[in-house]
Design a protein around this ligand. Structure first.
Ligand code: NI
Length: 514
């Protein structure tokens, strides 16, 4: 008996009863009906325009040996969000490494590679897997390997949501939305917006949705099996919170359950985009999820996070290719222009200054520090320390440390011996690590601008320390072009603290990141 026939038969029974009994029939009686649907079938909300978020730190890595290209954005000073995002990038690389046996190390590309274009390409997470893999802006070399792409999908009040999709030529395809509260620093992957019982509840609601058109109201819904749980947990990890309060959950094809199978309903063959209305979601969200939902429905303007100088944000130089530019012998009238060029590109550098110049440039040193760069010790009067007594070495170092502390309020932590000259006595007396360099730009050697530029751009490898001097006009003149050239090769411009993962060396002689 189908549903309509059953209703007709029940109505006939009602009529029969009314014929032989005095008060009028109770016409309010109705046969059991399906409850109002709790879920809707909807579409994926549009991604946001990535250009609107161009102030956020944007990354892109490419390693042709391992076969990986990845793009993502981070938030200034928000380590929790950044690590959740980079964990996904790392996991994709690790899978590739264990499949191919080639170890990962950050790599750079030849000049002209265009890798200064970083961060999300709008709409890339919605493209087909083969399209992503084949696109040179997104995919690995020759389409063989893994591509990690991103879209900004939510930006409301303090909340930002970044969808990250990792697609590989081995047919794996995983999408996760990572949320951040930019004012508290909290971060969560989308599955963490849902309370523990949400998975089973929503699974049951989807089963009900799929069997509504069958005559199966009496069949009770069981808990999902392992495959059902895996499908649901992958779906919840992609939840998008929309301004009307609906939580959109894309459930991959293949959804089924024992009761659907028993009803002869075949597994879904296409992605099913489920809308969970706010009313149902209310009982299923964690406090963070509930807060995000309530903010989203107030349609608040996105509040971008407070800006942090690029030099203060940790950079993982084992994931991205880093280069540490260093400027010696200043500060001078050329230093402000160099700082301007660094700021335009969200780059950071290290300035090894002399104590005798510090006294006349207090404001400039303050600015250098405030903009996130490091101010370190290059002695007081720039002598060859190896030729001095230990007492004079001590005076050169200590007077400069005092000048740096007086100007910036922050003590110097490393030094650079003038001319790169040192011996054991110098190292012991200085009591700090001596930072040398592995790339000399020759900016002091009266070579052409072209020569400085090509040395500073072409020679660095990931982890290099580059020697320049902010007392020469050619150094200032070529600064912007040097940064652009390095960014184009894929480098991130870091200071020495970032190069050493937040832990500046305390002793010994350093020429580059080991
Ligand atoms: Ni010098």
């Amino acid at each position: 008996m189908n549903r309509h026939a059953k209703i007709a038969a029940l109505a006939a029974v009602g009529l029969a009863l009314s014929a032989c009994s005095a008060p009028a029939p109770d016409t309010s009686w109705a046969p059991p009906e399906w409850p109002t649907p709790t879920l809707t079938v909807t579409t994926i909300p549009a991604h946001l325009d990535a250009d609107a978020f161009s102030a956020l730190p944007a990354f892109r890595i490419r390693n042709d040996d391992v076969g990986v290209q990845a793009r993502w954005i981070e938030l200034p000073g928000r380590a929790a969000f950044d690590s959740k995002v980079t964990e996904i990038v790392r996991a994709s690389i690790d899978a590739r490494v264990s499949a191919g046996g080639v170890a990962y190390a950050p790599a750079v590309s030849p000049p002209g590679s265009g890798l200064a274009d970083r961060g999300c390409i709008s709409g890339s997470t919605n493209r087909t897997a083969s399209d992503i893999l084949a696109d040179p802006l997104l995919g690995p070399k020759d389409g063989a390997g893994v591509a990690v792409v991103c879209d900004i999908v939510v930006a409301t009040g303090p909340y930002l949501g970044q969808r990250i999709r990792a697609v590989s030529s081995d047919s794996t395809d995983t999408t996760v939305v990572v949320y951040a509260n930019t004012s508290t620093g909290e971060a969560a992957t989308a599955d963490e917006l849902w309370a523990h019982h949400a998975l089973v509840t929503l699974h049951g609601e989807i089963v009900n949705l799929l069997r509504r058109d069958t005559d199966s109201l009496g069949v009770s819904v069981q808990s999902p099996d392992d495959a059902g749980r895996a499908l649901m947990s992958a779906a919840l990890a992609q939840t998008i919170v929309t301004p009307d309060g609906t939580l959109v959950v894309p459930v991959a094809a293949g959804f089924t359950s024992p009761e659907l199978r028993s009803l002869g309903i075949t597994p879904t063959t296409e992605r099913l985009i489920i809308g969970v209305p706010a009313g149902l979601a209310a009982n299923l969200l964690t406090p963070l999820g509930a807060d995000l939902l309530s903010v989203a429905t107030r349609a608040g303007q996105f509040t971008p996070p407070a800006t942090t100088p690029a030099g203060r944000d940790p950079v993982d130089c084992t994931l991205v290719p880093c280069v540490a530019l260093t400027y010696d012998d200043g500060p001078s009238e050329f230093t402000p222009g160099i700082l301007d060029e660094l700021a335009k590109r969200h780059g950071s550098a290290t300035f090894f200054i002399t104590g005798e110049r510090a006294r006349f440039n207090v404001e400039l040193l303050k600015r250098t520090l405030d903009e996130g760069h490091l101010v370190e010790n290059h002695t007081f009067s720039h002598p060859d320390l190896a030729q001095l007594s230990s007492a004079r070495v001590a005076a050169e170092i200590e007077e400069t440390n005092a000048a740096i502390l007086a100007a910036t309020g922050v003590p110097a932590r490393v030094f650079r011996p003038p001319y790169g000259e040192y011996n054991d006595m110098v190292l012991q007396t200085a009591g700090m690590a001596a930072i040398l360099w592995d790339v000399d730009s020759l900016d002091y050697a009266k070579v052409s601008d072209h020569a400085v530029l090509s040395r500073a751009v072409d020679l660095p490898r990931p982890g290099s320390i580059v020697l320049q001097h902010d007392i020469h006009p050619n150094t200032a003149r070529t600064a912007g072009a040097v940064y652009d050239g390095l960014l184009d090769r894929g480098f991130v411009l870091v200071n020495l603290e970032q190069l050493f993962n937040g832990e500046l060396p305390t002793s010994g002689v350093i020429r580059r990141l080991p």
